[in-house]
Design a protein around this ligand. Sequence first.
Ligand code: CU
Length: 342
Amino acid sequence: MFDIHERKRPEMGMGGRRGGGGGGGGGMMGGCYIYDENQRPNDTLVTPDVTFRRSIYMNGSMTMDDGNTVTIWGFNDGGGGMMMGGPFPSPAMRVTQGQIVHTQLSVPMCCAHTIHHHGIEPGWESDGVGHISWDVSGTTYTYQWRPMHPGTYFYHCHTNTVLHAEMGMYGALIVDPPEGVGTLYSGGPTYDMEAFWVVDEIDSFWHTLGWTAGTCGADVGLNDLNPDYFIITGVDGARSAMNAPGIATTMQVGQKLLARYICAGYHPQRIHFGGLTGTIHISDGRVLPRPVQVTELRAHSGERYDIIFEPDTPGEYIISCEIRHWVTGEVLGTARTRITVE
Ligand SMILES: [Cu+2]
């Protein structure tokens, strides 16, 4: 009988680790990409309120709790060429509702990438979906956007997306209301502290592929995601996320914690709050008509939830993020963190 987990990895072909997958141009300018960013109408850029600069790295690494390291790609804060490693997740973008924002993405000639501001609705020339507009390579491109709804979003590369997002090319994007940090939305609840739960799975085999892998008809196994690590906000959820700053939280009775949750993986996720009840106020960047109280949450790829916890009983509450196989529903792994209430 066919076992869905029995994977047959395709041969890597001549490319090996870099530029592997064949058919994609051997790691340089692959023929299946569109580089004509000069298609942008010249009169569409206006003076921004905020500018972010992002360069790329493709030589980062993450050390797991078992001592193994996995190659990570991502964005660095600042322009210029390729850097040696960088933060994972990529540096957050934090803006105020209504601001006009520019994201200037610099990519060297080695490769192609984009930035897609997930959940934001910019003009077509700023959407950053490589395959239907263009990829950025050997230049700096400006994305212009204006967030009109507060909440939790994220940005990610949208070139060869299945692979590049898995490699780590994403970061949080937070939209605050005019009242600023501490208020979820105008007229909405306040909060005293924030936790960032960006839950993702890693298939370490995928992290050996080159940037063009799987494009131009090559089959390198990107239909077959068999994760061996389960992470929260760039930290191994096996043990390290239990005490990682910004993920794990210690709070007092009477305080309000805002958990900004992003489903950054591809398999569905199910989060148990360990006995706590959370109140969802915003889903995918839209305020709910009525807040919803939950003790667990199910989510799929790209979803975000803004959840406020206001615990009234001291204790340690384990937040368990199960990653479940998208066909069988089997629990593939669990990433854990905690909320400690004093
Ligand atoms: Cu990319």
